[in-house]
Each structure stands twice: as structure tokens, then as C-alpha cells.
Design a protein around this ligand. Sequence first.
Ligand code: ADP
Ligand code: MG
Ligand code: MG
Length: 207
Amino acid sequence: MGCTANGVAEALRAVADVISEHRDELVELDRAIGDADHGENMKRGFTAVVSSLDSQVPAEPAAVLKLAATTLISKVGGAAGPLYGTGFLRASAKIGAAEVPDVVAALKAALEGVQARGKAVEQDKTMVDALLPAVAAAEKAAETEGADIAAVLTAAADAAASGAESTVDLVARKGRASYLGERSAGHMDPGARSTALILRALAEAAR
Ligand code: ADP
Ligand code: MG
Ligand code: MG
């Protein structure tokens, strides 16, 4: 079974809660290899998404994701705002009735959008290192007979968590952390961590 616009809106509220809970952690990760604002940027953005949804939940899943995209673009700022905004915008174009194949297509489109916008590839130590394995895992999980949205998103969230862990050893080649060169190694990328948190919240909301 697919997911309604209200279901997508509830999932985004769950994301906002998780991002708020992890605000300080994301700030500390960004303090080590960036400018210590990722947690605040993301909290501000998702708090604004919830405010938008409080005034009105659009009628279709696509419109809910598009509202999230435009809100994130205008409120998050920094590198992550346009990247997450583009990801949610591309996802909205593919979410359709939010059946399992739509969810997989939306995740894939989000990855393509982030990569089109930021030009990061695997192992550049960015959110792509969480999102790329998440998409692969979602595609694989969706092939399993009877897989539902929760199963697909749980596989994506597990892979994103491992992907985020894998950024610890990497040297950043994109974004602010790349200015540190070799000194960026030894710290998890904040954007990879926030991507893993977002996917975990979506998976939990789908259960
Ligand atoms: P800023 O670096 O402008 O302060 P944030 O701290 O909010 O912005 O976001 C930083 C995160 O953005 C990084 O941890 C990384 O995951 C992500 N990022 C930065 N540049 C890129 C890029 N070119 N492609 C993908 N992700 C990127
Ligand atoms: Mg920052
Ligand atoms: Mg900044």
C-alpha cells in the first residue's frame, strides 16, 4: 500500500523531531571539519517545514515534498540547503502515489539531484556517501517479494548509517571540509550523518 499526503507530512514531522534531537551532535560534527552550523541550519529548515505543514498540508504527496523542498531551500542556507532542497524537489517529481516503486524512484532522483547540484561522487566525504548506498539498498530491498515501504526505507536507513560511518576515514574533497585536506580525516561528515538521521526517521514513520 502507498502513502497519503498526510502520511508524508507526518513522516516529515518525525524528521524534524529527530533533527532537533540531534542538533547539537550535528553542530559538533560540523565544528570539527566545518563551521559548526549544520545542526542549527537543519533544525531551522525542518522547523520551518513543520510550520508550513501546520498552516496547510497539500493534497498530494508530491506537493508535500515540494513544499518541504522550497522551505529547505529558503531556510537552511549554506551548502546543505540547496542540496537537500534539490533532493526533495527531485523526489517530489517521482513520488507519485507513494507506492514502493515510487519511493525507490524518489530516493534515486534525490541522489541524482544532489549529485547534479554538488558534483560530489562516492568517497568525497559528503552526504552522497550516505545517500548513494541508501539508494542501492532500497532498490535491492524493493526486489524482495512483499517488501513494503517500511522495509525499503529501513534498508535505506541501515545503508545510510554505514555510509555515514564510512566517511570518518575519508579525506574531504568537496565542501568546506575539503579546505582542511588530510586534517578532515578522523571525523564523520555532518551531512552524511544528517542524511542517515533523515532516512531513519522516515523508516520509523513508515512502520
Ligand atoms: P556549510 O558547509 O555551507 O556551512 P552545512 O554545514 O549546512 O553548510 O552543510 C555541510 C554539509 O554539506 C557537509 O557535511 C556535506 O555533507 C554537504 N556538502 C557540502 N558540499 C557538498 C557537495 N558539493 N556535494 C554534496 N554534499 C555537500
Ligand atoms: Mg557548516
Ligand atoms: Mg555555514
